[in-house]
Write a protein that binds this ligand. Structure first.
Ligand code: E4P
Length: 225
């Protein structure tokens, strides 16, 4: 399963590339507000990132279209501008009727799309049928409202397998290592999460405990005459 970093911060992206070998990036307007940078600035920064990953289609960086745009023609116009910034860029489009029209048109033009804000199995089905490159079913937002997301995700993965759809599933808004591991067990293609979730997923207090214990044992033996 691929790991994408959910971040608009180029320093975080570069760190996660080195530390976790991330395979791509997803960005969204909430992150722009957190770091206080306009999308055009972030696109420029990511496009010029070290390691050269932005010069390849193999490292997809999803950039969300202006959420004020509700008509498919306007969404398409903005999407065409975004992808001119480099081969790595993929356009993130909301799962509305107009958004789906835009995604279908853009895919026909060879522009890769990531249909986002997906909260139901029928939305995910519509995205696969139009041939989007990626679909982003959100997990954390549903769980915040007490929903069980295990069967929702499992059903999407199974449905896609039933028809051999090419759309890749990005499990999004992941809040824990548990969801990350569950997504892999179900056979999702990709998980996108924050750097904090990624770091927590490789941390275990027993590892620290064990390391202290082994260090003491090692040092005791080394101190022997
Ligand atoms: C995914 O592409 C989204 O950017 C992301 O997962 C949204 O969730 P969050 O901002 O609530 O984490």
């Amino acid at each position: 399963m691929k790991y994408f970093l959910d971040s608009s911060d180029v320093n975080e992206v570069e760190y996660a590339f080195t530390a976790f070998g991330i395979d791509g990036v997803t960005t969204n307007p909430r992150q722009l507000a957190v770091i206080g940078k306009k999308e055009a600035v972030v696109v420029r920064e990511l496009g010029a990132a070290r390691h050269g990953f932005s010069s390849s289609q193999e490292f997809p960086i999803s950039i969300e279209v202006d959420p004020n745009l509700t008509k498919w023609e306007d969404i398409c116009r903005e999407a065409r501008k975004i992808v001119q910034e480099g081969p790595c860029f993929v356009v993130k489009i909301p799962c509305t009727e107009e958004g789906l029209i835009a995604a279908r048109r853009l895919e026909e033009e060879g522009i890769r799309t990531n249909v986002t804000l997906v909260f139901s199995r029928s939305q995910a089905l519509a995205v696969a049928r139009l041939g989007a490159k990626f679909v982003s079913p959100f997990v954390g937002w549903k769980e915040n409202f007490g929903e069980d997301t295990a069967s929702y995700l499992q059903d999407i993965v199974e449905t896609y397998r039933n028809y051999s759809y090419d759309t890749e599933i990005i499990v999004a808004a992941v809040r824990s290592g548990k969801v990350l591991a569950d997504a892999a067990r179900m056979g999702a293609d990709i998980v996108t999460c924050s750097l904090e979730v990624m770091k927590n997923s490789v941390y275990h207090p027993f590892t620290d405990y064990g390391l202290r214990f082994f260090t003491e044992a090692w040092n005791a033996v080394e101190a022997m005459e």
